[in-house]
Write a new protein. Structure first.
Lengths: 133, 458
């Protein structure tokens, strides 16, 4: 992962890292189990603090700002789609959240947890999330 | 990764950002840039970068006189006032070739016995014995070889080529880098060697893994089908698009393109990695197990990438920095590289791909005729490279060094001349192939005049 994100090998010093922006970084953030687990645990934390304003709270936690109206719209639609899909397919929901070493919160609705995890994945993959401006 | 927008970088992004927006409009999956003034001879380049600086005196440039002088003082007429690397200020003694040479093919090309397999291709390769460079240490010399400049931040030639010609592959990166080690101390290679510099970000080289899976994390998460992953990427890209409209940061546009490519790679990479369709005979030809991390395995992957449309493939073998024990160690490195290189040439040829591919073999500099203990020091005044493939006149030897192999005495070839020739074979005219950045029309071949090596072209 460090290599994918341009970390130099430790054989020589680097005063300034090269800007890198590759499909390998996208794949890493999309599919690496570490990030999937992080997204699921982030979703659990969001849901454990209540059912409302999930997207707003997620945005504040990730990007230190509230989402704009257009951003809300994109994520609301996406959440609804995911929630419906996981409600219809509980096995997919279970397989999806069952990743990593940390135990899955048993008291949460699996479809809701899975859909919230999907929203967290979107946020973790945003250019704004992984870039310091 | 973390791009802090300073005032300076904001201005830089503003300038180049405009260029990249216009270009993005022009970019199809394949496009012509409108500056091709020659008929292209090749579609792609496979650059076998022999990192560390292979000794020309043990590989491609036999000097009987140097053997005669073995152990004697290096004549001062050669070295007086010259810039040396680690030998600066030391007593300089000649060291004759540590390995024998033989003549090969109809062309009777003289090649070291270290390369029994490459030697079989003597009539297919053009050997340039008169290369010279400007940089005496590895990293700047690589930077010069790759970007035509020693100033960091210039685009690598793979990025230039991709900029000019686009990728032939929708589903794999157009500029792929692989590295291997073995046979000598493996000097580090920095990822800046395949940086896009001031060119748009999607043109940067992508480094695949040599050992194991070339690309990690290509499988969807459990419970996620390809259609679900598509929807997630759509959401990510929509939000990134909103950001792109607000910030004018060209990296966001690149990020969106890279997510699209990543999605397609989830299907294309497993197909690329699936070497079941390679016959045992082919594997024996290369002498490797696919994905074993060896140079030969990288050569096989290079051929598979070439078949699938990757435009520029660069393989670094880090193992040629023979400051000491050159006799034994260069034999090790040569053995590692010889079979893979030869297999790649043979394999491309029998598949009818060699005519449309340019294969280049060479390092960032050569090594001194003077001994450094039992090895040789870095040397920039003369080194050898060879080229093979479309548009190359096989069996040609171009240029000549003096009787001790110290300097070039006939037909010198600069790094920029090599660049001009590579671009020419791809159908790009190096003088007019420019990109405006920071107020200058940059080109790969720099400011000083450079020329195409016409003598090695068919």
């Amino acid at each position: 992962m460090l290599k994918n994100f341009g970390a130099p090998s430790r054989q020589e010093c680097t005063t300034e890292r090269t800007d890198s922006n590759t499909p390998l970084q996208s794949l890493n953030l999309l599919n690496d189990p570490s990030f999937l687990e992080a997204a699921r645990v982030f979703a659990e934390n969001l849901l454990n603090k209540g059912d409302t304003k999930i997207i707003e709270r997620a945005y504040l936690a990730c990007l230190s700002r509230p989402p704009s109206g257009r951003e809300m719209e994109v994520l609301d639609t996406f959440y609804q789609q995911e929630f419906e899909r996981f409600s219809k397919n509980p096995k997919a929901a279970k397989d999806f959240v069952n990743v990593g070493a940390s135990p899955v919160a048993a008291d949460l609705d699996p479809a809701k947890l899975a859909a919230t995890t999907s929203v967290a994945r979107v946020l973790f993959n945003l250019h704004e999330s992984i870039t310091r401006y | 990764m973390f791009n802090q927008t300073t005032r300076r970088s904001f201005l830089a992004q503003g300038l180049t950002g405009l260029g990249s927006i216009a270009l993005n409009d022009l970019f199809g999956s394949e496009f012509t840039f409108g500056i091709t003034s020659f008929k292209p001879k090749v579609k792609r380049v496979i650059f076998l970068s022999m990192a560390g600086g292979p000794s020309h005196l043990e590989t491609f440039d036999y000097k009987p006189k140097l053997r005669e002088m073995d152990g004697k003082a290096m004549p001062e007429s050669f070295t007086k006032g010259e810039q040396l690397a680690q030998l600066q200020g030391r007593a300089l003694k000649c060291m004759g070739a540590q390995h024998d040479f033989s003549k090969h093919g109809e062309s009777q090309m003289e090649i070291s016995d270290l390369f029994p397999n490459i030697a079989k291709h003597a009539d297919n390769i053009a050997l340039v014995r008169s290369m010279h460079t400007e940089q005496i240490n590895h990293d700047p010399a690589h930077t010069f070889m790759n970007t035509g400049s020693i100033i960091p931040g210039r685009p690598s030639m793979g990025s230039w080529v991709l900029y000019g010609l686009g990728s032939q592959s929708q589903n794999l990166p157009g500029f792929v880098v692989l590295t291997s080690t073995g046979g000598g101390q493996g000097q580090p290679i920095s990822s800046k060697q395949w940086s896009n510099g001031f060119l748009p970000g999607h043109l940067q080289g992508v480094e695949f893994q040599s050992a194991g899976d070339p690309v990690h994390y290509v499988s969807n998460p459990n419970g996620i089908q390809s259609t679900d992953q598509r929807k997630l990427i759509d959401a990510v890209n929509k939000l990134n698009q909103i950001k792109a409209q607000q910030t004018n940061d060209r990296e966001v546009a690149t990020r969106i393109e890279q997510y699209e490519l990543a999605f397609r790679m989830q299907a294309s990479v497993p197909e690329l990695m699936d070497t079941k369709d390679e016959s045992q005979e082919t594997l024996d030809l290369y002498g490797c197990k696919p994905g074993d991390g060896s140079f030969a395995s990288n050569c096989l992957l290079a051929r598979r990438l070439a078949e699938r449309g990757t435009r520029f493939i660069q393989l670094y073998h880090r193992g040629w920095d023979h400051h000491g024990g050159i006799k034994k160690n260069i034999a090790k490195t040569a053995k590692i590289v010889d079979q893979g290189t030869s297999a790649l040439l043979s394999d491309l040829k029998r598949r009818g791909m060699l005519d449309e591919t340019l294969v280049i073999w060479g390092g960032e500099f050569g090594r001194t005729p003077m001994a450094q203990g039992s090895g040789r020091d870095h040397h920039i005044k003369a080194f050898s490279v060879f080229l093979a493939g479309g548009g190359i006149k096989g069996g040609t030897v171009h240029g000549e060094t003096d009787e001790l192999g110290y300097g070039v005495v006939k037909d010198p070839v600069s790094v920029h001349d090599l660049h001009a020739t590579i671009l020419h074979l791809l159908g790009l005219e190096h003088e007019s192939f420019t990109f405006k950045a920071q107020g200058l029309d940059h080109k790969l071949t720099g400011v000083e005049p450079s020329k195409i090596i016409s003598q090695i072209l068919s």
